[in-house]
Design a protein around this ligand. Structure first.
Ligand SMILES: [Mg+2]
Length: 365
């Protein structure tokens, strides 16, 4: 009798109601750290709500909400070193904010403005822009990690993706080369149970997504992605492992996408209200808040002050976004090539002439 079952570690410290399941690591005694993590989850959620509202009123083109997955990104972003490199996917608002990307830059990006990927903060200048094609960023991360390894630098490439991306050839090829070359890369799967309208149960026949690392010859494990203490703990270990040259890690964070896939989606067409209601019971912000309140280090007064502070920051970012104005129309093509190929030069000229004619026509209306 043979079995294809692979035993993988699964970590959770906080139950959904915020009560402790087992002893916490020593670092969890640091109230300032817990407050910082909580603050950034709240800031991410308030920014997220504003971004969706801006899309609904036609101010940005589209947006992929982070709602329900704040713990994963905040934990990753708070642990990466400034000279590590983030190679993100399109649902990474929380990580980007923690890394130092400005909220107005995130709004510019989703508004179709190239300046949104030209980060002002020097510490994130080497981070990659959001990757919209599914899973291709996993290979980019392996390229970055290969450079670190060749140069002998103690830096880590961190890349994120959704559950659906793990079915793509690009993802599996990335795992393969990461294992073959023992690259300093950490892969984080935001398993939010849905790949647009495809549920996790039919996405893949394997009982876990983390076990894909085993086939590539490196370490994989699961973590409760709605328990920020668990994500922080395991991400910390994963980063150190990669940094010390002990090879890549695949971390599967189990969470739930409480919002639509993007603002172009309507999730009520393919999943039940009952399922979403149940998932709300597990969400990460209330969980940490309940834990901190139970420890006597959080109360209603602190909560109100934090929300007011974060709302002011979000509103300031919207004002900055408005003040940025619009880019010249040719910006949509100017960054495609470092040196414009001769074969496309005529098309570029034609485009610029059309833009000029249109602007002239509008001026006469
Ligand atoms: Mg998903």
């Amino acid at each position: 009798m043979t079995s294809n079952k692979i035993e993988l570690a699964y970590t959770r410290y906080l139950s959904p109601d915020g009560s402790l399941i087992g002893p916490l690591p020593d670092w969890a005694d640091d109230f300032n750290l817990l407050t910082r993590l909580y603050r950034h989850m709240v800031l991410t959620r308030l920014f997220d709500q504003k971004a969706v509202a801006l899309q609904r009123t036609g101010r940005i083109g589209t947006y992929a909400p982070t709602l329900g997955q704040e713990a994963i990104g905040v934990a990753i972003g708070s642990l990466m070193h400034p000279d590590d490199v983030l190679i993100p996917y399109y649902r990474d608002t929380a990580v980007q904010l923690m890394r130092g990307v400005r909220m107005e830059e995130i709004l510019l990006y989703w508004g179709g403005d190239e300046r949104g990927s030209d980060y002002a903060e020097p510490a994130v200048a080497q981070d990659f822009p959001l990757c919209v094609p599914i899973a291709t960023q996993a290979l980019h991360a392996c390229g970055v990690a290969t450079a670190f390894k060749i140069r002998g630098e103690h830096r880590v490439a961190v890349t994120t993706c959704g559950d659906g991306a793990t079915s793509k050839g690009d993802f599996l090829e990335a795992l393969n080369v990461a294992g073959a070359w023992q690259l300093p890369v950490v892969f984080v799967i935001n398993n939010n149970q849905w790949a647009i309208s495809v549920p996790r149960r039919i996405q893949c026949g394997a009982p876990t997504l983390a076990q894909k690392a085993i086939g590539a010859g490196f370490h994989g494990e699961q973590v409760d992605g709605n328990d920020i203490l668990a994500v922080y703990d395991r991400m910390q270990v994963a980063l150190e492992r990669a940094r010390q040259g002990k090879g890549p890690v695949l971390l599967e964070c189990l969470s739930y996408r409480l919002g639509d896939h993007t603002t172009a989606d309507d999730a009520t067409r393919y999943r039940s209200a009952e399922e979403v209601k149940q998932a709300w019971q597990e969400e990460p912000i209330k969980r940490l808040q309940s834990f901190m309140a139970g420890q006597g280090v959080w109360d209603e007064g602190r909560e109100q002050a934090l929300v007011a502070e974060c709302q002011a920051l979000v509103q300031q970012s919207v004002d900055n976004f408005d003040a940025a104005g619009t880019q010249a129309p040719e910006s949509v093509i100017d960054h495609v090539y470092a040196k414009w190929p001769a074969v496309l030069a005529d098309q570029r000229e034609d485009f610029l002439e059309r833009v000029a004619r249109r602007a002239g026509g509008q001026a006469h209306e």
